[in-house]
Design a protein around this ligand. Sequence first.
Ligand code: DLL
Length: 443
Amino acid sequence: MRTVNPVLTDPDAEGTSPERRAVLQERRLRGVVDRILGAGGVLAGRLRACGIHSGRDVRLDELHLLPTLSKRDLWDHYPFGLRVVEERDVVCVHGSSGTGGRPTLIPYTAHDVDVWAQVMARALGGAGVSARSRIHNAYGYGLFTGGLGVHHGGMRLGATVLPLSGGMTERQVRLLVDLRAEVLCCTPSYAIHLGEALRAAGIGPEQLGLRVGVFGAEPWTPEMRRQIEELLGLRALDIYGLSEIIGPGVACESLDSEGMLNVAEDHFYVEAVDADGVPVPDGTPGELVFTTLTKTGMPLIRYRSGDVASLAGPVAGSARTLRRMSKLLGRADDMLVVRGVNVYPTEIESVLLADERVSPHYLVVEDRRVASRPELWVAVEPFADAVDGEALQRELTGALRERLGIGCAVTVVEPGVVPRTETGKARRLVRWSTGDAPVPGIG
Ligand code: DLL
């Protein structure tokens, strides 16, 4: 296979040898442990309980022996109980609305924002973005880290950021045509929404200047990638992150990373672990656990992300030496158990969108109205009204049984029936225990 020689935005960080990086990681790990202990809060108490009284007591190759933190710890100490700096050192707060209406808030220092800008600049640089590029940024601006994360990184690169935020699709269509941005940043579901709006307005990809898209914040499959690339005429790359760690830029696919995402592991040390928290070998899916090596506002040691992916080394022979993670398989808590078979919604998406007739508007419904007999429903919208719904239903049911081993009830619904998101993250999975069907026509 041809080796691409990438242009690295930050060659010292992205291209150093793994051995030298490990030395840096360990030094930074000791530094962050000292900062946490010095602050003397909840996190310091946890470390002391494990016999750690100084940064010198930790080693990178023994990090996996420390206990993990999870979202529960953030909720228990809401809003800022895990902060390790004085309030006056906090320059902004981000977070996510979270599930069950419980927000997670993250305090950032100026140093944290600087690290964020750095990793986002690298991520965009790996997608071929340069000081000459225009970035159409349709990630939401707000507490959500998508909008401002891309904004910081784009500005750091010297590119021109167009801060569209989410929504007001008509205006976005207009500006995509008028300003001919080369780079589109938004959630993959909004990329589809924009693409469909462009198509409805009779605007083809050739009338746009788009070359590359950096899409993330929600799960999406290679099949969805194909649809986005076709709709918008660009190369679609995946970006991953979570506000607890920094936001987007924790990991990002580059033009040369062969479908996996380069982890900014000089700032965020990554492990993939099994259900007991024990690291799994490269190539085996596990829950991603992150340790922030340079954060100062709210550093986290061994934070369980809930996200499932596998890890790998760099592409052989590449100048980029960072470890990589696969596209996300799903969230540990999104795993569905259908009559004994474990399956993630993304695996269902792969089967659905491999069928040319199926649009990316679908919803998986886990029907738990009878707790002892959970059922799985999949509502799909075809691209056109003219599709033979019954045949499609039969064939998709067969494909899901054959490829994933699951029996579920596929329902083909009218175009426009599956709820859309104009802003924010698409909802692909609904758990249904009482009340009306989440989509008409199922149940
Ligand atoms: O979603 C940060 C982000 C913004 C990433 C823009 C990429 C682009 P949160 O709102 O805190 O942060 O949500 C984090 O979203 O734990 C994953 O479950 C999911 N997620 C993020 N990126 C991806 C991705 C931002 N590329 C949670 N693929 C994470 C799948 C993703 N899921």
